[in-house]
Design a protein. Structure first.
Length: 257
């Protein structure tokens, strides 16, 4: 993908800048929305599960527990929501000139990645505020972020291409994201799940990524290497398959869209 996009890097930056302006240009608080969205969800979950229901989430603050889950989920859901209709909504460009079509959904991933990195700074502040001791295992956060980006990019390409041929994918994707939200340990820990369901849940790479983001940052524990190797292999294979299909059918987008 890097080789394909290198000649079009300026166009990619233009798309990213355009989406950035569309999202924040006429807003009152601008890029602060990147902080408010995960922060508001975290506060909502903290109030419901911490104050109203009094559920137990290990031995660290509710705020850290929920924010660590909400942050990667917000990036994933925001990117895929953008990608679903990204090609069909830009039909005027797709049908007139040729450029690598993956630039359009990729620009959405990039914009949401900017929001994610801003939210990550807030997460660091919360860790310091709650005096969470950081260990060398914290560095595992960065390969986990790379896995999250690759997986999100793969699903974004898949949904964007599929929606060109089947417009009801946009409606189905809303249900899929709701399903994935509850199949991802955003508001619960995988440790509370019965063993017979854990294997099924781990088929969703987000489960491994979100759970271990908590593990390495809040708990200071390391990653189980064989699990990471399996998940990483699965994400890479998924990306290669989806991207290969995407570039094979992209030239037909202009005729179908």
């Amino acid at each position: 993908m890097v080789k394909r996009l290198y000649a079009y890097k300026d166009l990619l930056f233009v798309f990213i800048w355009r989406e950035f302006l569309i999202r924040y240009k006429q807003t009152t608080i601008g890029i602060l929305w990147a902080i408010l969205q995960p922060l508001s969800l975290m506060l909502l979950f903290t109030f419901i599960f911490g104050v109203v229901l009094h559920t137990n989430h290990k031995d660290y603050p509710y705020v850290l527990f929920f924010y660590a889950g909400v942050l990667p989920w917000t990036f994933f859901s925001g990117s895929t929501n953008f990608a679903v209709s990204s090609l069909s909504s830009n039909f005027n460009l797709v049908t007139k000139i040729y450029f690598p079509r993956e630039i359009i959904p990729l620009s959405g991933v990039a914009i949401n990645l900017i929001d994610y990195l801003i939210g990550l700074l807030v997460y660091f502040v919360l860790l310091i505020f709650y005096r969470t001791p950081l260990t060398w295992n914290f560095l595992w956060l960065f390969p986990l972020m790379a896995m999250l980006i690759v997986y999100t990019t793969s699903i974004s390409f898949f949904l964007a291409a599929l929606n060109v041929y089947y417009r009801d994918v946009k409606l189905a994707s809303a249900f899929l994201l709701q399903f994935l939200f509850f199949a991802t340990p955003v508001i619960y820990s995988i440790d509370t799940v019965e063993n017979r369901w854990k294997t099924l849940l781990f088929l969703n790479p987000l489960v491994f990524i979100v759970e271990n983001m908590r593990r390495v940052t809040i708990e200071g524990r390391g990653i189980i290497l064989w699990q990471m190797a399996v998940e990483l292999l699965g994400i890479i294979v998924l990306y290669l398959i989806i991207y290969r299909i995407f570039i094979r059918i992209e030239r037909a987008f202009a005729d179908v869209i």
